[in-house]
Design a binder for this molecule. Structure first.
Ligand code: HEC
Length: 208
């Protein structure tokens, strides 16, 4: 099962962090500049395989995020999903991710340069880890919430939240550990003209 001596402790560490067992401050220090903690050996899955794994993990993932009691992501599984299969996100730790948007974010899929999403829009990206030796773990959820006008000018009124797979909060730009979360917007600034959203890679897009 375990690939070799070198990768075993690393995998173990990843498993612990993914499971949210490590005390958060310790986890935070080790991943300060990459809170998505890159997976060194992601598995290369076909769309069908990725969908199957997602199917296997979804209840566990859903229950984990729900333990956060964050009302803004409650029921996200019922929202519109914008990708036809989980895709690897290099910028979110080589995890397989899915992109969901709530009904307020009705124009997320059709946004043109210069347009904005309305206040109350929530974009939720759940994630899972699949290593090349078939270890599966639920991953963190990455959330963006559009605040009211002037709600948080330094992040263009977007709130970024990261929820660990066990429902504990890694950080929130307008709440706990906001300093650990500044890098989210710093990267998303690259797509300021699309209201700071990158959207889904072309070959995974579902036309809405
Ligand atoms: C280094 C760049 C980078 C960083 C850092 C980053 N993101 Fe992203 N984010 C992306 C890219 C690229 C996408 C779209 C494709 C993908 O998921 O890989 C994305 C997509 C998203 C989406 C879906 C909405 C969209 O943009 O279309 C959410 C939600 C999100 N990120 C939240 C976060 C949060 C929360 C953090 C910080 C914990 C974060 N991101 C950090 C690059 C980044």
């Amino acid at each position: 099962m375990v690939a070799d001596r070198k990768s075993a402790p690393l995998l173990f560490a990843v498993a612990i962090i993914e499971a949210g067992i490590l005390a958060l401050p310790a986890a935070a220090q080790s991943v300060e500049h990459d809170a998505h903690l890159a997976i060194p050996n992601p598995s290369d899955l076909s769309k069908d395989e990725a969908l199957k794994v997602y199917d296997d993990l979804i209840f566990q993932m859903d229950a984990g995020y729900a333990a956060s009691h964050l009302s803004m992501i409650s029921g996200y599984q019922g929202w519109s999903k914008f990708n036809d299969a989980p895709f690897i996100s290099a910028t979110h730790g080589q995890r397989y991710v899915n992109s969901y948007a709530n009904s307020m974010a009705h124009n997320y899929g059709t946004l043109k340069d210069g347009e904005k999403l309305p206040a109350g829009s929530v974009l939720a990206k759940d994630s899972m880890t699949v290593t090349d030796d078939n270890h599966l773990y639920p991953g963190a959820m990455f959330v963006m919430e559009k605040l009211r006008d002037g709600g948080n000018p330094p992040t263009a009124d977007w709130r970024y939240v990261m929820v660990m797979p066990d429902g504990s909060l890694f950080g929130d730009t307008i709440g706990d550990r906001s300093q650990e979360m500044t890098y989210c917007h710093e990267c998303h600034e690259a797509v300021a003209e699309r209201d700071y959203t990158f959207f889904v890679p072309e070959d995974y897009r579902i036309e809405q």
